[in-house]
Write a new protein. Structure first.
Length: 107
């Protein structure tokens, strides 16, 4: 189905592929300032569109970066807790072994 795009749903989001805006009949010819050119307008609109399209991507990338760092911190904390628990277990085993050796020597 070949339907023309609307303002809300253009056929393409690339300003260079969109139809140029036609001047209205009540505009005075040559009323635009001399330093304003169509290519500048297209470039700024293209850049703004590109920036606007990249904002969610940048936000998602920052969010994933934060999540990865948070997960790494949690893994590090888990490793430290596990190491401390194993160290306490080893110290208890060492004390039991010394006590058993002392009891064997005393008898």
């Amino acid at each position: 189905m070949n339907t023309a795009g609307t303002i809300d749903r253009p056929l393409t989001y690339d300003p260079k592929k969109q139809a140029p805006m036609k001047p209205s009949t009540h505009d005075i010819a040559g009323s635009a300032p001399e330093d304003f050119t169509t290519s500048d307008a297209n470039d700024s609109r293209q850049n703004r569109t590109r920036e606007m399209q990249l904002i969610p991507e940048a936000l998602a990338r920052a969010h994933m970066h934060d999540r990865l760092h948070e997960a790494e911190r949690e893994r590090r904390a888990l490793r430290v807790a596990t190491a401390r628990r194993l160290q306490r277990r080893a110290e208890r085993a060492s004390r039991r072994a010394r006590r058993a050796l002392a009891m064997a020597v005393m008898q």
